[in-house]
Structure formats: C-alpha cells, structure tokens
Design a protein around this ligand. Structure first.
Ligand code: FES
Length: 148
C-alpha cells in the first residue's frame, strides 16, 4: 500500500486556498518546535452570521503539513465559527483518508492554526470567548477587558 493516500498527494501537489489573504479578519500562526514547520491560517468572517466565508493558508513545512492545511481550509469554509473550533486533527486526517502514524503530528498544526486564527478574530473584534477553549489569553481578550 502506498505510504500516502491519493487525497494527501492531491492536496500536497494541488493545495486548495493557498496564499496570503490581504483583508483577513483573523490570522493564526502556529509552529512545531521539533520539526521547525510553521503554518499560518487566514480567515474571513461574516460578522452577522459568524460564519467563515473564506479561508487560506501559507505553510512552511512538510508535505503532510501542506495537505492538512489545504484540507482544513476546505473543511471550515462556509461553516459557523463554532464548527471550525470543533475541527479536530483527527477529522482532517480522516478527510484525507489517513496519514502515516509518524505524520499525524503534522495535522495537529492544522487544528491549532484554525483555533489561533479564530482567537485572533475574537481579539481583533473585541468578542468575548470561552477561555477553556484557548487557554491563557495573557489578559488581552475582550472578556478580560470587561473586568477592567
Ligand atoms: Fe513538521 Fe510535518 S514534519 S509538520
């Protein structure tokens, strides 16, 4: 059996939604200290419906990181933010028909990049959010400002 599924190869060779988004509402950048790969995710959000109308990415990394970023953008486009936040790396892997075990960590970057971009959107638009989703905010989020 081939190491990589046809879908992984397709998204690696022909990444969807590749490139910087000039007017992004939220940008998330995450990295893996071990391999040095970096993923940046851009989101456009409809403020009224809190729906992700567009998503794009730039990834400096391995083929699996590129394929998972590509698939993640496809999976969150047109979806409510709540669904994007619930996107797990496992769901991305399943949508790609699997990844070799030693490459599953690359898909974690995709999950984290989506969450980081949503957090950036919330911060930039002063929208309060559940701290348990993102962990420590460093006192910079809208809900912390409300306590000031
Ligand atoms: Fe670094 Fe794939 S090896 S994300």
């Amino acid at each position: 059996m081939a190491l990589y599924s046809e879908k992984v190869m397709d998204h690696f060779m022909h990444p969807r939604n590749l490139g910087k988004m000039e007017d992004a509402d939220g940008i998330g950048e995450v990295g893996n200290a071990k391999c040095g790969d970096i993923m940046r995710m851009y989101l456009k959000v409809d403020q009224d419906t809190q729906t992700i109308t567009d998503a794009s990415f730039i990834t400096f990394g391995c083929g699996s990181a590129i394929a998972t970023s590509s698939m993640a953008t496809e999976l969150i486009k047109g979806k409510p933010i709540s669904e994007a936040l619930a996107l797990s790396n496992q769901a991305v892997v399943e949508a790609l028909d699997g990844l070799p075990v030693q490459k599953v960590h690359c898909s974690v970057l995709a999950e984290e990049a989506v969450q980081a971009a949503v957090k950036d959107y919330y911060d930039k638009h002063d929208i309060a959010y559940d701290h348990t989703i993102f962990g420590e905010c460093g006192g910079n989020c809208a809900c912390c400002h409300q306590h000031d």
